[in-house]
Design a protein. Sequence first.
Length: 167
Amino acid sequence: MHGITWQAVCIALLLVVAGCGISDPEILSLRESFLLEAEPPGATGVLDLREMFTGEAVDVVVVGQIGGVVDPWSPGLASFVIADPIATVGDAGHDELCDCPFCRKITDETEGLALVQFLDQDGEILAHDPRRLFGVDKDQVVVIQGRAEMTGLGHIVVAARGMYVRR
């Protein structure tokens, strides 16, 4: 009797563990096409990227931490917000009158943020949650290769061609 119970538990456990893997061929194909095995060289932060803009879209390698806002995810879309690593340091020991280089550099709440989008061949944002698509989560540091542009409102949007996840 105990042998049958343990066999059933073991089989159920194996089914649960196997079910955690992603077997959707579309997800696997997209993951393979966007995830980079090695970190691309020359990554710059969002704040430095902002200073590089001359009005034209540019090819970039940008590093950032997923977050910078309460909810960095776009529901149902392969898109998220990243924050410049220096912007995520926090404000410990700083007040609104602080004149240190950190506080001078970040004068606007969105200045250190960029929106990252993963597009299909038609230029539309993929209809997949990036947490499932790439196995990423809030506060992870990622390096994005892509084409960046600044919107009329001054927001940076990066059309990602590749992403490396720092672990």
